[in-house]
Design a protein around this ligand. Structure first.
Ligand code: FES
Ligand SMILES: [Fe+2]
Length: 460
């Protein structure tokens, strides 16, 4: 049974919140709805652009492509972070085409106008041929709002928006102990999917499907007794107990093979738990704290639940964070510029820094699918780019669990086009799906973040 906690009254933030959105096929398939989302969600909401680790030094940059826009993120000469539309002010050429790199100045390849890392127009070939003059202030790169938090770069195209802290609220404090900024990126993948971006988010907004398409989960998490938190602006959280077995089935006498392996790697004797399988979760909470001390990773800032369990934050609009003290998956479906049936789905795997090669150290990161256990690497991994057919053919994997989801997403999207489908009929275990779509409706019909800021300013 899903338990829902903190029913937050956010009616003061947006009058419309709380109205039930209808999940009909139109919102997943219509170019018109995609356009409304572009204007009111992607152009108004805070978006995760990328990672600070990609811009450690002045002159470093990376590009964040989202819908029809390309955004250039730079490390400025003064050490700050800049965010600009990646478009030349001369004739509108897209300036940077590389995913990331480093340069003293940003040079448009077409006619070599150059810009400083803070976006200021610096030089123009044959300047004297522009008899009307070159007003550098007007011809600098167009900026976006930018903030950094948790080792991540966030941007907002709305220069009138409220701060990121208004948008994420208490989630920032909840995430803080995980120290994401200290984790290292061990895998960087993008898969192209024949599905709407919201079809992807919906998939990660309920655990109702887990028993049916992820049978292996029955051996290490309890997806039946989850706890759900709902937040303003459309964010959600689900908490799932780890190191347990599926309560739909009889309790096994001995730890199943995955638990057996996890316990062994943590230096525990699996046979000690024969006849005591439900005691494993509590025992692991204690042992992990000890193992952490041995291998130089502190669990002090985490509650017992956080030590053993899997929490998943969905941050509006398009982030799914599966987070454990040792590992974070950041999944980020990005909408196609024109096609509501297509999504670029990014998955970054971040892990705590290597704590030696002992099996105990490995045991800390092996908390879910076996495929999670990525060997610690010294260099930033190159991005793997592939499509859903590659996953289905078994040529690429995003872990067993995500691969299983990928199999179903295109069929879900195909169904949204059928005249035989009226609208989703959601159960109690799909509260987060409804909450997300309620807020999609709030965003497409207004700007709750800006409205909230104006309301606050007026009250002060
Ligand atoms: S379009 Fe960039 S220099 Fe001409
Ligand atoms: Fe799934």
């Amino acid at each position: 049974m899903t338990k829902q906690t903190n029913h937050i009254d956010f009616s003061h933030i947006a009058a419309q919140a709380g109205q039930k959105a209808s999940l009909d096929g139109h919102r997943f398939t219509s170019p018109e709805f995609l356009e409304r989302e572009w204007t009111n969600i992607w152009s108004k909401s805070w978006l995760l652009a990328g990672m600070m680790v990609d811009i450690p030094e002045a002159g470093d940059y990376f590009v964040f492509d989202i819908g029809r826009e390309s955004i250039l993120i730079t490390r400025k000469d003064d050490g700050g972070v800049g965010a600009f539309f990646n478009v030349c002010q001369h004739r509108g050429n897209k300036i940077v085409v590389a995913e990331r790199g480093s340069a003293d100045v940003i040079t448009c390849p077409y006619h070599h106008w150059t810009y400083a890392t803070d976006g200021t127009l610096q030089s123009v070939p044959d300047e004297h041929r522009f008899t009307q003059g070159i007003p550098c202030d007007e011809l600098s790169l167009s900026p976006l709002k930018v903030e950094t938090w948790a080792g991540l770069v966030w941007v907002n195209m709305d220069m009138d928006c409220g701060p990121l802290s208004d948008f994420l609220g208490s989630i920032m404090d909840e995430i803080e102990p995980y120290k994401i900024e200290d984790m290292i990126l061990v895998k960087d993948q993008t898969v192209t999917l024949d599905a709407n971006w919201k079809t992807c988010i919906d998939n990660f907004s309920e655990l109702y499907h887990v028993d049916f398409i992820h049978p292996q989960h029955a051996s290490f998490v309890d997806c039946c007794d989850d706890t759900v938190n709902l937040y303003p602006y459309g964010h959600t959280l689900v908490k799932v107990d780890g190191y347990v077995t599926n309560p739909r089935y009889p309790v096994p006498f001995e730890p199943n093979p995955l638990l057996h392996m996890q316990l062994t790697w943590l230096g525990m004797d699996p046979e000690e738990f024969n006849g005591r399988v439900p005691e494993i979760r509590k025992a692991v909470q204690k042992v992990k704290r000890k193992v952490g001390e041995e291998v130089g990773f502190s669990y002090d800032a985490f509650s017992d639940d956080q030590v053993s369990d899997v929490w998943q934050y969905n941050l509006f609009p398009n982030l799914v964070w599966t987070i454990k003290p040792e590992e974070l998956w950041i999944m980020r479906p990005r909408p196609h510029p024109k096609d509501p049936d297509k999504t670029m789905f990014d998955k970054w795997t971040l892990q705590i820094k290597p704590q030696g090669s002992s099996s105990k150290a490995k045991g800390l990161t092996l908390v879910g699918d076996e495929a999670d256990a990525v060997a610690a690497i010294d260099e930033r991994p190159e991005r793997e780019v592939f499509d859903q057919e590659d996953v289905i053919a078994g040529d690429y994997s995003m872990t067993i669990t995500i691969d299983q989801d990928v199999h179903y997403l295109r069929d879900m999207q195909a169904g949204m086009h059928s005249q035989g489908f009226k609208a989703a009929w959601l159960g109690e275990d799909e509260t987060r799906v409804q909450h997300f779509h309620d807020w999609v409706d709030v965003w497409v019909s207004g700007n709750p973040l800006s409205a909230s800021r104006k309301q606050r300013d007026a009250a002060e």
